[in-house]
Design a protein around this ligand. Structure first.
Ligand code: XMP
Length: 595
């Protein structure tokens, strides 16, 4: 069978490219550039994205004689720049950074755009760009910000895309990849036959008669992992632990218990660990430190349980880790760490090294996990719940250990207000930080809040444009939030993970969830508590409703403004809840969660 080789330069989307190619019926495999060798069964090569600059001395390269390649090559993002560079083109670093949605105009004559309209919405995430093409190459697409959004060699063998055709938000990306595959092979013989039976078999083999211990967060992934294990080794060989960390949402652990009972799960122990978690997180404000403490405690609690079981030799830990958890934790040896997901903390890594962990879902994306859950017989209302990560509300309280702002960003604020003037908008850069993913790197920068000066009826198209413009032009800002009214100077106060703060978040979150659950397009909606207070001394919040398919890219949901105002008014009935802002950042540049 012919296959397409994906060369991994450390991009966040390398694995996703491989999945898309398989979805299109051609087998694909990921290779390290150092190990790659062009063998007979390879019919095409794709260079992935990556966090580095091609101009850097130690940038990843590949020892491959491109001009004599017998097969077509497609470069994506870093790969697009590397391919141009290796063929004699020039790459520039700098001013025209671009993250998220862009409209580009493409050459309808180019085979790679066959069947597509002139204008295409694509998703970008880059700092560098191709400034000069190699001899014999031509531009086939341009956006407002970059002249060379796509190129091809005149014989059509080499193609480069600055954008990411593999993310669902590049609307016709699949068609472009399909057109590339047409250059590679006329056979579509890869059948992505259902992985259910293979995965059940894998759990059987890896568990090799041992007992299985499962940490059940209550989310979709761990529940699907449990169903898979039940199908593989039977309920009686599984011991599950659900830790109530105190960071669950309103009544969540109690509801879960009802679901567990209804599904006939046996041997589930629910451990109340709220006090322990709050104690260990007392005074902690750094997001990665929070994540590491939470992850370590999960493992300590599980190991404590194992000690009671007195069968240390004969167990395996099963985790519902899915692919985005591993890539964002920096698992591929070239990719950058965006955040440490709770199932990738040091203690878990040690168990993985010792061969004590089974992760049957580790190559799947959320949509595939849901499909699998349905096949395994889980009811729709459980399979289609919004994702809720292991660290729970702990990463939705933006903590602060100071009430002093350093004001370093004030000059930047003037620049931002100049950019906003043409939209009759104003803004404030906030004295807090949140995590982002830009050009395949983690960023930890300021969010800015923006509003219309005369509070006129806002418009989503303007907000979309403003969001991209501010973030692409301002290095200190990686996230934009919108206010439906003029925002006074906000006051920073100390804020920690304490029960009273979490309770307020839980109450606000509950109202927001009830009001927005009916909006089916929303894939997930974190509610985030800020250490910022308005003129009435009430605490500010942000809601982040996103549309996504697999969490690898996301767009913000465009809520009807009248409904949004109603939702905000109702939530403000919770004592101490003040302004509620609306996150208008795509992913990239913002991650879905704030930390
Ligand atoms: P980000 O915030 O990186 O999140 O865009 C992508 C998806 O992953 C979820 N998420 C986690 N899931 N453990 C998990 O199991 C974690 O530590 C974790 N952190 C983020 C996030 O909610 C989103 O759906």
């Amino acid at each position: 069978m012919k296959k397409v080789a994906i060369i991994d330069f450390g991009g966040q989307y390398t694995h996703l490219i491989a999945r898309r190619i398989r979805n299109l019926g051609v087998y694909s495999e990921i290779y390290n550039p150092e190990e790659f060798e062009l063998k007979e069964d390879i019919c095409g090569v794709i260079f992935s994205g990556g966090p580095q600059s091609v101009n850097a001395k130690d940038a990843y390269r590949i020892d491959f004689d491109i001009p004599t390649s017998p097969v077509p090559i497609l470069g994506i993002c870093y790969g697009h720049q590397l391919l141009a560079h290796m063929m004699g083109g020039e790459i520039e670093s700098g001013e025209s950074t671009e993250y998220g949605s862009t409209i580009m105009k493409c050459d309808p004559e180019a085979e790679i755009f066959s069947g597509l309209e002139l204008q295409q919405q694509v998703w970008m995430s880059h700092g560098d760009h191709v400034a000069k093409l190699p001899a014999g190459f031509e531009v086939i697409a341009a956006s407002d910000s970059i002249e060379i959004a796509a190129y091809q060699s005149k014989d059509g063998k080499y193609t480069g895309f600055q954008y990411h055709p593999e993310v669902t938000h590049s609307v016709n990306g699949m068609q472009m990849l399909d057109n590339f595959l047409k250059k590679c092979t006329d056979q579509r013989d890869w059948d992505s036959k259902h992985f259910k039976d293979d995965l059940i078999q894998m759990v059987k083999e890896e568990s090799a008669g041992k007992k299985l211990i499962l940490l059940l967060s209550g989310g979709v992934d761990s529940m699907v992992a449990l169903e898979l294990c039940i199908a593989a080794v039977g309920n009686e060989n599984i011991y599950s632990i659900h830790v109530d960390t105190g960071f669950m949402r309103q009544a969540e652990s109690a509801d879960l218990k009802i679901h567990f009972d209804k599904l006939g799960y046996q041997n589930i122990k629910i451990i109340e660990a709220e006090e322990l978690y709050l104690k260990q997180l007392d005074g902690v404000v750094d997001p990665e430190e929070k994540r590491l403490i939470i992850g370590k405690l999960f493992v300590d609690i599980a190991q404590g349980e194992l000690a009671h079981l007195k069968s240390d030799e004969d167990w395996m830990l099963v985790q519902g880790t899915i692919y985005p958890d591993t890539i964002e934790s920096g698992d591929s040896n070239k990719s950058a760490k965006i955040k440490t997901h709770h199932n990738r903390v040091e203690e878990i890594e040690k168990l993985i090294q010792a061969g004590k962990v089974i992760e049957p879902l580790k190559d799947l994306y959320k949509d595939e996990v849901r499909e699998l859950g349905t096949e395994l017989g889980l009811p729709d209302h459980l399979v289609h719940r919004h994702p809720f990560p292991g660290p729970g509300l702990a990463i939705r309280v933006i903590c602060s250990d100071t009430n002093k702002t350093d004001g370093k960003f004030r000059n930047e604020e003037n620049k931002m207000n100049e950019l906003l003037a043409e939209y009759s908008m104003k803004g404030q850069i906030l004295p807090i930080k949140s995590v982002g993913v830009q050009g395949d790197f983690r960023t930890y920068h300021h969010p800015a809040v923006v509003w219309f000066e005369n509070e006129k009826q806002p418009n989503w198209n303007t907000l979309k444009e403003v969001s991209a413009k501010i973030i692409n032009n301002m290095k200190s800002v990686n996230r934009l939030i919108f206010s439906n009214s003029v925002v006074p100077e906000l006051r920073l106060e100390e804020l920690y993970l304490e029960k009273k703060n979490l309770n307020q978040l839980r109450m606000a979150d509950e109202i927001l969830r009830v009001k927005t659950d009916i909006l089916a397009e929303i894939w997930q909606m974190p509610v985030v508590q800020l250490p910022l207070y308005d003129e009435e001394n009430n605490r500010c919040y942000v809601i982040r409703p996103v549309c996504s398919q697999d969490a690898m890219s996301a767009d913000f949901y465009e809520m009807n403004f009248d409904y949004l105002n109603e939702v905000i008014r109702e939530t403000q009935n919770v004592k101490g809840v003040g302004r509620i802002f609306y996150d208008i950042t795509t992913k990239p540049p913002g991650t879905i969660e704030w930390e």
